[in-house]
Design a binder for this molecule. Structure first.
Ligand SMILES: O=C(O)CC1=CCC(=O)O1
Length: 92
């Protein structure tokens, strides 16, 4: 099952720069692990925003929720998920 997620990051002002850097490092490690195992099919930065569009290829809604809520920066992200279905004109 394919899902498109838009994730917006907003760190609260009280987080130190060191804590933000630590979270970003953990996020990268977690994110790249999921990309290597194929469940995280792609990520793109939204130009001009601290936000991304991410494509997930997972077996269920529950699996996606587990993945999303496991992101170290999850407490600081607003996430909108769009489930994707095959387009009738697609040749893939
Ligand atoms: O957009 C970001 O930097 C936050 C993020 C979520 C997944 C990821 O790899 O980075």
């Amino acid at each position: 099952m394919l899902f498109l997620a838009r994730m917006e990051v907003q760190f609260p002002a009280h987080l130190s720069a060191e804590e933000v850097t630590r979270l970003q490092g953990l996020e990268k490690e977690y994110s790249q692990g999921l990309q290597r195992d194929g469940r995280f099919a792609g990520i793109w930065r939204v130009v001009g925003e601290y936000a991304n569009y991410s494509l997930f290829d997972v077996a269920s809604n529950d699996e996606l929720h587990e993945i999303l809520s496991g992101f170290p920066m999850y407490p600081y992200m607003k996430i909108k998920v769009t489930p994707l279905a095959k387009h009738p004109n697609s040749i893939k």
